[in-house]
Design a protein. Structure first.
Length: 95
């Protein structure tokens, strides 16, 4: 999956640890700007179980489409879902 709106300070290890409670992953790879060699605030992540990625993408989509209301209800129903890192709501898309 493709992850956007990451804090520029987040590392691959931090993102891995943040997402690890949802399931095992094959990899986490931050996108790095070739000129500055700094993170671009995006990453690619591959979970071993595609259903985990689908669940996170659905939550992210619901949050975006409803400006937070529907996703907030879903987060309350399933408090194990947290898409906020350092005050930023990450956005997740298929890669």
């Amino acid at each position: 999956m493709f992850v956007r709106n990451l804090p520029f300070s987040v590392t691959e290890d931090q993102l891995y640890k943040f997402l690890r409670p949802y399931g095992k992953m094959h990899f986490v790879k931050l996108v790095i700007d070739k000129e500055t060699e700094e993170p671009k605030g995006t990453a690619f992540v591959k979970f071993r179980d595609a259903a985990v990625a689908a669940k996170l993408m659905n939550y992210s989509r619901d949050y975006e489409q409803s400006l937070g209301a529907k996703a907030t209800r879903r987060f309350e129903e399933d408090p194990t879902i947290n898409l906020e890192i350092e005050g930023r709501i990450i956005k997740i898309f298929p890669a």
